[in-house]
Design a protein around this ligand. Structure first.
Ligand code: NAP
Ligand code: GDD
Length: 332
């Protein structure tokens, strides 16, 4: 039984990762931060999939990425075998509004955690959730582990710093520090202000007669979208590899935001062009035109490949929103 510590356990990926390790019989510890409302809705989904005995192996600890002493204290108490570092401000558009906070939580937060680990649990394995955003307007397509980094927003710049730290701690101190360079991955647990969840919620709401319009910033950018549980499976393979290294985890197929809309509205028999309204409030100062990942290293060295295709992903997300609306009896 491994002792696993997850920062960002209340998030989309953190909740799937917790579930996956509980199902494997591991002890799962999560870092949670102080907030005025105890809303951990994604973790509430865990009991449905694991039994009560497994839940007794889930423990939450208050800590903050801005408070090194809290990180040291949790590491001393838990003495984890594995740390997954998923926490931090990770909304691209919001990073333009909160650049310093983004740098502090996403960039320096990684430094504080790595430095604490180096002193307290140097033999612990460390996984960083890095991102395709590090490539910016990429100099090549598809992007792989050797594609030059060229960040174009404060979030991406913070993740470049975090990824460089992983590489430095690996070579300078011999830490088992590795990273997944993750392309977009989605699920019904995705934050509501990311485009796929926003579209799925909008489609369900329009289909049930609760609204008529869906406001989006742009339809043209293309993203390489996967399903979060598939990517979480990849994270587990990266961190259990024989050697610490960095791996792209991506589907290898990209679709535009407009194509996601078209597929999502089609599920409920509607034409997205009659409902989507372009709204400058959601336009970013700069945006990546297209991301496309080459995960052949993860496939050949770790045997990883995503199982869920684009159409299935869209259906999973729209069906979940329809089911939630219908369960609440909210249909107009
Ligand atoms: P998410 O749903 O937004 O979850 C973020 C998690 O980080 C939440 O648990 C959140 O806690 C926590 N958090 C945010 N700011 C924090 C802070 N200042 N201090 C402590 N905790 C903080 O994100 P996700 O989609 O699961 O993504 C997980 C990680 O993968 C992130 O690092 C993200 O940058 C990276 N990534 C994601 C994708 C993707 O497509 N999903 C792609 C590439 C990389 P609260 O619940 O308290 O807010
Ligand atoms: N959020 C949002 N809201 N995005 C919109 C909207 C809108 O109303 N309209 C169009 N978009 C476009 C964005 O401009 C972007 O081109 C695309 O939809 C995807 O936006 P997001 O879903 O917000 O994701 P992201 O690609 O910016 O970032 C996500 O993926 C990264 C990995 O490539 C986040 O999860 C990042 O944390 C992650 O690193």
């Amino acid at each position: 039984m491994a002792r696993v510590l997850i920062s960002g356990i209340t998030g989309q990926d953190g909740s799937f990762l917790a579930e996956s390790h509980l199902e494997s019989g591991d002890e799962v510890h999560g870092l949670v931060r102080q907030s005025s409302l105890l809303q951990r809705t994604r973790l509430d989904a865990v009991p449905a999939l694991v039994n009560a005995r497994a839940l007794s192996r889930l423990k939450l600890h208050y800590a903050d990425l801005s408070d090194t002493s809290s990180l040291v204290s949790v590491l001393r108490n838990v003495r984890p075998d594995l740390v997954y570092h998923l926490a931090g401000q990770s909304h691209v558009k919001i990073s333009f509004d909160l650049p310093e906070y983004t740098a502090d939580s996403t960039g320096l937060g990684t430094l504080r955690l790595l430095e604490s680990m180096r002193h307290v649990v140097p033999d612990c394995r460390f996984f960083l959730a890095a991102t395709s955003e590090i490539f910016g307007e990429a100099k090549e397509s598809p992007q792989n582990e050797r594609t030059p980094m060229n960040p174009i927003n404060p979030y991406a710049a913070a993740k470049v710093y975090a990824l460089n730290l992983v590489r430095i701690y690996r070579s300078a101190y011999g830490l088992f520090a590795c990273a997944g360079i993750l392309f977009n991955h989605e699920s019904p647990r995705r934050g509501e202000n990311y485009v796929t969840r926003k579209i799925a919620r909008g489609v369900a709401s329009i289909a049930r007669g609760r609204q008529t319009e869906l406001h989006l910033g742009t339809l043209t950018p293309k993203r390489d979208w996967s399903y979060s549980p598939d990517v979480v499976e990849g994270m587990r393979l990266v961190v259990s590899a024989a050697k610490a290294d960095d791996y792209v985890l991506a589907s290898g197929v990209s679709h535009s935001v407009g194509e996601f809309c078209e597929a999502a509205f089609r599920i409920v028999g509607l034409d997205y062009r009659k409902h989507v309204v372009l709204d400058p409030n959601y336009v970013r100062p700069v945006d990546i035109t297209e991301t496309l990942g080459d995960a052949s290293k993860a496939r050949s060295e770790l045997g990883w490949a995503p199982k869920t295709g684009f159409d299935e992903l869209v259906r999973i997300m729209v069906d979940a929103e329809l089911a939630e609306l219908d369960a609440r009896g909210d249909a107009a």
